[in-house]
Design a protein. Structure first.
Length: 128
């Protein structure tokens, strides 16, 4: 193990903006942003897409977030999407350095209902 690796903090600070709310998460380095958001009860999904999504495989485009401060897109298609103002897929963002992300209101799939359970007798919205 190198000195740089030994001194590297195993967690990364992720600031989540959700409307007027601001939350600070300590996320394990190397996790996907989607999984970190779900584990912290800050789902990138709507009540509908929390049940109808690809499970983090990058195929459905329902877990979009806006990266306000942090690493830029790695792939050409993400750079192109960012150029036209589209959100980035949280399932395709690896948390390896501090970032600030904004949960976006999903107009196509229905509005987000932060921390709301659409089925009171079922699992929490956004659970895996």
């Amino acid at each position: 193990m190198t000195a740089a690796t030994a001194d590297e903090d195993p967690t990364v600070e992720v600031v989540v903006l959700d409307g007027d709310d601001r939350h600070v998460l300590a996320v394990e380095r190397g996790r996907t942003l989607r999984d970190a958001l779900l584990d912290a009860d800050h789902s990138p999904y709507t009540s509908l897409t929390s049940r109808l999504n690809c499970g983090g495989r990058g195929a459905c485009a329902t877990c979009g977030v806006r990266v306000r401060d942090g690493p830029g897109p790695d792939h050409w298609h993400d750079r192109l999407a960012a150029r036209f103002g589209y959100p980035r897929l949280s399932c395709q963002v690896t948390v390896d350095r501090p970032m600030t992300v904004e949960l976006v209101d999903k107009r196509v799939w229905g509005g987000r209902e932060p921390n709301a359970d659409p089925d009171p007798d079922g699992p929490r919205s956004g659970s895996r």
